[in-house]
Design a protein around this ligand. Structure first.
Ligand code: NAD
Ligand code: MG
Length: 394
């Protein structure tokens, strides 16, 4: 086993839930990790605070917030250079002095910077599942061409990765029969279906096991998160949809499983805390302390598993259909979902209308081949325009 090397890390989306957990892990190992760049869209004072603590070479914010951050940092005489916009994000993702990039921007906004890191051959720690969902084939091709290393942060994919041989040439060759993708079922697994249309953003964001950003929290409540993860797993592990099964596991202790030809079922378990997959990916193939307490199985007592309720969670079916169609369909699904979730969080769409809006967009959009990044972004744009049009008319 090679010794843990000294690594320079860019954290894209450092003020978010994953970003903060990443900095928590990095801070436990200052002798091994230095922070190269931190980025955020808002919460500039919090980003400035992180810059004071980690003294990155660069900080990146939107154009409109750059002078605010510069002034904030200059007051302390900090030498962190402030860059702006998508170009700034791509620069700190691809800079020759960066070893690892934590891709933790939420949504489609993460696509260009994450791909920049992939193309530059970095060790890419992927939390931003939306980028892989949108551009799966292009993303995986760029990865193969650049020799970048993809390490999953999504706890399920990180668990699957840990249960597979490394490297895993193909699921067939490894003797894998099936991937069991687990999900808690979110806060409304047992909720009265009649009352679901009255659900508020606060209720949807109160996940029973995980503390996360608002967008992924709503995705977990609709189970679109599991749908996106299904697509993510197909691309990441080169799996056919029929090789992946969704299993509802309300306690979120088993993070996913791999079933082998000989009857073995390997599971990765742990307390639901994202610092475990983050530490795993940062140190892979070594192990470092993450700050997460060991799982106490006796205190936990029991683990339950059940089949997902496809009726209650239509988003799961929509995602399953989108990966079957292929091409731009997953990008369309993702874009429509982002518009729907934003509208729900703003009080413009009811919780139960989220899948209906996405389905309408999927039925109206013209699917295209994903030949390049422009094709992905055009599919994304058109799906958003359709979703907004339907919202306006709704
Ligand atoms: P979050 O909302 O807490 O944080 C998002 C971060 O991205 C913030 O730093 C924000 O400033 C930045 N950002 C948002 N929009 C941006 C834009 N347009 N341009 C540049 N930066 C922007 O989100 P999160 O919960 O940390 O999730 C981040 C990603 O990780 C998502 O893709 C999510 O699906 C994935 N993920 C999160 C968890 C979790 O436990 N939170 C688990 C698995 C996967
Ligand atoms: Mg997950």
């Amino acid at each position: 086993m090679p010794a843990l090397p000294q690594q320079s890390v860019t954290v894209l989306g450092s003020t978010g839930s994953i970003g903060v957990s990443t900095l928590d892990v990095l801070a436990r190992h200052p002798q091994h990790y230095t922070v190269f760049a931190l980025t955020a869209r808002d919460r500039i004072a919090e980003l400035a605070q992180q810059c004071r603590r980690f003294e990155p070479r660069f900080a990146v914010v939107p154009e409109a917030r750059a002078s605010e951050l510069r002034e904030n940092l200059a007051a302390d005489g900090l030498r962190t250079q402030v860059l702006a916009g998508v170009d700034g994000l791509c620069k700190v993702a691809a800079d020759p002095d960066v070893d690892a990039v934590m891709a933790a921007i939420v949504g489609a906004a993460g696509l260009r910077p994450t791909l920049a890191a992939v193309k530059a051959g970095k060790k890419v720690l992927l939390a931003n599942k939306e980028s892989l969902v949108m551009a799966g084939p292009l993303f995986m091709q760029a990865l193969a061409e650049s020799g970048a290393e993809l390490l999953p942060i999504d706890s399920e994919h990180n668990a699957i990765f840990q249960c597979l041989p490394s490297p895993c040439e193909s699921l067939e060759a490894a003797g894998v029969e099936k991937i069991l993708l687990t999900g808690s079922g979110g806060p409304f697994r047992c909720h009265d279906p009649e009352a679901l249309h009255r659900v508020t953003p606060e209720e949807a964001c109160a996940h029973p096991n995980w503390s996360m950003g608002r967008k992924i929290s709503v995705d977990s409540a609709t189970m679109m998160n599991k749908g996106l993860e299904f697509i993510e797993a197909c691309y990441m592990f080169n799996a056919r949809p029929d090789q992946i099964e969704v299993v509802v596991h309300p306690q979120s202790i088993v993070h996913s499983m791999v079933q082998y030809r000989d009857g073995s079922l390997l599971a990765q378990m742990g307390n639901p805390d994202m610092r475990t997959p983050i530490a795993h990916a940062l140190a892979f193939p070594r192990r470092i302390d993450s700050g997460v307490a060991a799982l106490d199985l006796i205190a936990q007592g029991r683990l339950d598993f059940e089949a997902p309720d496809w009726q209650r969670f239509p988003c799961l079916r929509l995602a399953r259909e989108a990966i079957d169609v292929g091409g731009s369909a997953p990008a369309v699904l993702n874009a429509a979902n982002e518009v729907a979730v934003e509208a729900f969080l703003d009080g413009r769409l009811s919780f139960t209308s989220i899948p209906g809006l996405i389905e309408r967009v999927l039925k109206s959009a013209a699917f295209i081949e994903l030949t390049d990044l422009d094709a992905v972004e055009s599919a994304d744009r058109e799906a958003r325009a359709l979703a907004r049009e339907f919202l306006g008319a709704a």
